[in-house]
Every structure is written in structure tokens, then in C-alpha cells.
Design a protein around this ligand. Structure first.
Ligand code: HEM
Length: 87
């Protein structure tokens, strides 16, 4: 539920940059993309380019028509916040 979602600053997002522990932020929401890696139509390598960072720009450049909010709802970890608003 929403009560368990985290406020995640860029410094924490950055730690999740490995295939077996990959997070990305899209439009302010942070998703665990590890379970989706094998299913990404564009391949794992491309998807890993946004691991550990804000992927909003790259995502919208490649497929702005994809509804990531709906698709990855079950993978939602929390919300990207600025460094000073963490914890
Ligand atoms: C295709 C999802 C990130 C590159 C797709 C498609 C989906 C998808 C649903 C099929 C779209 C269609 O056929 O209309 C996602 C999600 C992402 C993500 C949920 C992030 C959470 C990325 C990134 C890149 C990328 C970061 C590249 C830098 C591609 C490419 C295709 C594709 C090249 C086309 C594959 C093909 O048709 O052969 N993605 N994507 N994606 N994606 Fe992603």
C-alpha cells in the first residue's frame, strides 16, 4: 500500500544500479525494474541504461506512448525527492 512507499533521494537511487537490484525514476516515481528486465521488448541492456538514475528523459525519447505508471505499478518502490527531503 501507499503507506509503505519510500522517499528516495538521488544518492539512494544511485545504489540500485545492478541487474539483480535495479531501480529507476520515471516522472517522479521510483520503480524496481529488476523483475521487468527479461520482458523489456527493447532488451535488458537498453533498460539498464536508466538503472540507478532518473530515466524520465531517455524513456520519453524512446517511447513516450508507453504507460509506465500502469505497466510498472506493481514495481513501485516510492518517490524521488531532492537530497534534503529524504528519510
Ligand atoms: C520497447 C517499456 C526503458 C528502449 C519497449 C516497449 C515497452 C517498453 C512496453 C514496447 C513498445 C512498443 O512496441 O510500442 C519500457 C519501460 C522502460 C523502458 C517500462 C523503463 C522503465 C527503455 C530505455 C530504453 C528503451 C531506457 C533505451 C535507452 C526500447 C527500445 C524499444 C523498446 C529500443 C523497441 C524495441 C523493438 O521494438 O524492437 N519498451 N522501456 N526502453 N524500448 Fe523500452
Amino acid at each position: 500500500g501507499v503507506e509503505t512507499l519510500l522517499r528516495i533521494p538521488p544518492s539512494v537511487l544511485k545504489l540500485h544500479n545492478k541487474k539483480e537490484d535495479a531501480w529507476t525514476a520515471i516522472n517522479g516515481k521510483v520503480y524496481n525494474i529488476t523483475p521487468y528486465l527479461p520482458y523489456h521488448p527493447g532488451g535488458e541492456k537498453e533498460l539498464m541504461r536508466v538503472a540507478g538514475r532518473d530515466g524520465t528523459k531517455l524513456f520519453s525519447l524512446t517511447h513516450a506512448w508507453v504507460n509506465v505508471e500502469f505497466m510498472l505499478d506493481a514495481c513501485l518502490v516510492g518517490f524521488l525527492v531532492s537530497e534534503s527531503y529524504a528519510s
